[in-house]
Ligand binder design. Structure first.
Ligand code: NAD
Length: 326
């Protein structure tokens, strides 16, 4: 077993985590050991086989074991329940493992969640970590990503980092740079700020997906040239990421999800999930919002229809276009 300072653990080898961990293994020196953990055994064996020529990869079975053996534990988990299980479980959790490691004289560990998890859960883990006996030797970081599965595969993710111990940022950045571009690793503020940045950005892009779809659908129903309408919008006040980079109207832009039947993008279910997180965050901090509720209702209606479920969120354009006006 390599020394702890040369051991990093990665928990959650799913759609995002698998390619992230693969790029991490490629980026770490071959003397460095990568520990991997997932509840799906086939993901672990596949990963070991895919990385057999890249350096040591060993399997661990819990957050407890991971944090005892590694000085940094990165997790890429699907939701708040999984985060609570992996971090807070009294027997198998990361925090219990960190306390046990401290008793054995081990110092200074960084634990980092990179999924899109509701702010309340991130702050709960932070609160328990800061109350634990290992608190002075443990830094919890939230570092959610944007860039999707493609960015994870290409190693071009953007990371939004929140940590109350700014001294760890250079170390965090050097590791995240194996999975994203170094200039795209942002220190956003204290713990929870990374998640808030991510959720607020997605809140806006979810709402603009619907708003841009409505606007372009009006043009389409009027029989206008929607490609030309897009060109004019993109040099005018209505321009946004959706109109310029992921236009919802099929055929207006090449190589975007709408032009391949809304496949291979950011699924409408995930988009709605993160919009709801933004709405909950607004409630938590007492920020008045108007557009979240009707947008969520529109997404709910679209994703409950077989024709649109599972597709890229910009499928709300197709849903609007095929709806009868109420
Ligand atoms: P996923 O469901 O494909 O992967 C999650 C992995 O975690 C699975 O392999 C699962 O087996 C594992 N896991 C669950 N519970 C576990 C436990 N207790 N111990 C160990 N492993 C466990 O999800 P994903 O699409 O990779 O997304 C991961 C996170 O990234 C989510 O929070 C998601 O919101 C966020 N995210 C996803 C995308 C995307 O487009 N898929 C983009 C940006 C961010």
């Amino acid at each position: 077993m390599a020394p702890q300072s040369e051991t990093t653990a990665f928990i959650g080898l799913g759609v995002m985590g698998y390619p992230m961990a693969l790029n991490l293994r490629k980026g770490l020196p071959t003397t460095h050991t990568l520990l991997i953990c997932d509840v799906i055994p086939s993901a672990l064996s596949q990963f070991q086989s895919d990385t057999s020529s890249l350096g040591p990869v060993e399997i661990v079975f819990s957050g407890y074991e991971a944090v005892q053996k590694a000085d940094m534990v990165i997790t890429m988990l699907p939701d708040g329940n999984a985060v609570k299980k992996v971090y807070l479980d009294e027997e198998s959790g990361v925090l219990a493992g960190a306390e046990a490691a401290l008793k054995e004289g081990v110092k200074n560990k960084i634990i980092m969640e990179c999924g899109t998890i509701e702010t309340a859960t991130i702050l709960e883990v932070a609160r328990v970590a800061s109350a634990s006996s290992a608190a002075s030797n443990l830094t919890f970081v939230d570092a959610p990503v944007s860039g999707g599965p493609m960015g994870a595969q290409e190693g071009t993710l953007t990371f939004m980092v929140g940590t109350s111990d700014k001294d760890v940022f250079p170390t965090v950045k050097s590791v995240l740079a194996h999975m994203g571009k170094e200039e795209s690793v942002f220190l956003c503020g204290d713990i929870g700020a990374g998640t808030a940045f991510k959720v607020i950005n997605n809140y806006l892009s979810a709402i603009t997906s619907l708003a841009a779809s409505e606007a372009l659908n009006i043009g389409m129903k009027m029989g206008l040239d929607v490609s030309l309408l897009t060109d004019v919008i993109n040099v005018s006040g209505g321009q946004c990421w959706v109109t310029s980079k992921s236009n919802p109207v099929p055929g207006v832009q090449a190589n975007v999800p709408s032009s391949r039947d809304y496949e291979g993008g950011f699924r409408i279910e995930l988009c709605a999930k993160v919009l709801k997180m933004g709405s909950d965050l607004a409630d938590m901090v007492g920020a008045r919002t108007i557009l979240d509720k009707p947008t969520l209702a529109a997404f709910d209606e679209a994703k409950s229809d077989e024709r649109y479920k599972g597709k890229d969120a910009r499928v709300v354009y197709k849903w609007l276009n095929e709806c009868e006006r109420k």
